[in-house]
Design a protein around this ligand. Structure first.
Ligand SMILES: NC(=O)c1ccc[n+]([C@@H]2O[C@H](COP(=O)([O-])OP(=O)(O)OC[C@H]3O[C@@H](n4cnc5c(N)ncnc54)[C@H](OP(=O)(O)O)[C@@H]3O)[C@@H](O)[C@H]2O)c1
Length: 330
């Protein structure tokens, strides 16, 4: 049957302006790092995208290497777009990235013009798209001149293969340099994608201040610390969890007694706020006006619905914020 998106999909979602740009992003965005590869159930992947779109999520984040195998998340997303979203491309913000190892040899990794241009061409073919909305350099390259990498992003926009560009995993210092080069080239940096959650606070050490000053958007990835910031690991490792099913980027060694003690205290506070811990973890990021959107992952449709619940309460009292910091720092 032909998919008909929910007609009131834009009623409850919040849309936030991305830095100093014309683009607004849904406060919750869906990332396709896990659960969209050839190793996953395609019908489940398809339902995840539909559930997200039905609930007002407009932004879908990919990268050349998402899978496994690398590239398969883009190919599967392309299939989903073709099957279900034919008339809806203009309602979606689709991003991809290059920067991590993608193919053998010296031209399939890091930040050369050669790699970025050819990788995006491959991504567009896999997704069967003419352009992506946002193209990111996925991680800084210590060897390639930043001028070359940023010039490649600028060229990609001028070629019409991306509408906007962003950077990911860049520290504050390199971010200032990248923004300045892009400004001179006339292709402003739309957005930065850092790892940021209650458990990973690095962006607070300068990066967020830079983004605020430069009026560049911010979309934290792994806002639930890959699922740790939920109640799911409190009583062991469920069979359907990322630790049990993937175990590559999140494994048993990450679930220490010390972490569980913190998660348990955070869970108690969330309950006092009338939220689940997953809601509170997303709300805690979204309370900050510098955050454009939080980039979640999801293995089940219910988790997407759940994430949206976090928007009901993104206010925190000073006492709550102090308590959260004391739980995290002890
Ligand atoms: N730029 C970069 O370098 C970079 C790096 C990593 C990720 N990203 C982007 O960020 C996106 C999100 O990353 P992530 O998947 O690590 O995000 P996350 O939101 O921190 O973790 C998502 C995982 O947590 C679990 N989960 C989600 N909602 C839950 C809930 N309500 N209750 C309990 N568990 C829940 C699910 O795993 P299970 O159900 O399987 O346990 C889900 O797949 C990626 O898809 C990608 O687009 C970017």
């Amino acid at each position: 049957m032909t998919y008909q998106p929910c007609s009131d999909r834009y009623k409850t979602m919040e849309y936030r302006r991305c830095g100093n740009s014309g683009i607004k992003l849904s406060a919750i965005s869906l990332g396709l790092w896990h659960n969209f590869g050839d190793v996953n159930d395609f019908e489940n992947s398809r339902n995840l995208v539909k559930t997200a779109f039905d609930n007002g999520i407009t932004h879908f984040d990919l990268a050349n290497n998402y899978g496994p195998p690398p590239g398969s998340a883009e190919a599967n997303f392309g299939k989903i777009l073709k099957q279900d979203f034919r008339g809806y491309r203009d309602e979606m913000i689709i991003s991809s990235k290059a920067g991590y190892t993608m193919w053998d040899g010296p031209y399939g990794d890091w930040g050369s013009k050669k790699y970025l241009i050819s990788s995006l061409d491959q991504s567009l073919k896999r997704m069967k798209l003419d352009y992506v909305d946002i193209f990111y350099h996925h991680r800084p390259d210590p060897e390639t001149p930043l001028e070359e990498t940023m010039a490649a992003l600028d060229l990609i926009v001028r070629q019409g293969k991306a509408l906007y560009v962003g950077i990911s995993n860049y520290n504050a210092e390199d971010t200032i340099k990248a923004i300045s080069i892009l400004n001179k080239l006339g292709t402003p940096c739309l957005i930065h994608q850092p790892k940021y959650s209650m458990f990973v606070r690095d962006p607070e050490n300068g990066l967020l201040a830079v983004l605020e000053k430069e009026r560049v958007g911010c979309i934290p990835f792994s806002p639930l610390a890959q699922g740790l910031l939920s109640d799911k690991y409190l009583n062991g490792i469920p069979n359907d969890s990322r630790v049990a099913t993937s175990g590559i980027f999140l494994n048993e060694n990450h679930i220490t007694a010390e972490k569980i003690a913190k998660i348990s205290k955070l869970n108690d506070l969330a309950k006092q706020r009338g939220q689940k811990l997953a809601h509170m973890a997303l709300a805690w990021l979204l309370r900050d006006a510098r955050i454009t959107s939080v980039l979640i992952g999801s293995s089940k449709s219910e988790q997407i619905i759940d994430a949206i619940q976090s928007l009901k309460n993104t206010q925190f009292s000073t006492e709550e914020l102090v308590l959260i910091n004391s739980i995290l720092n002890n």
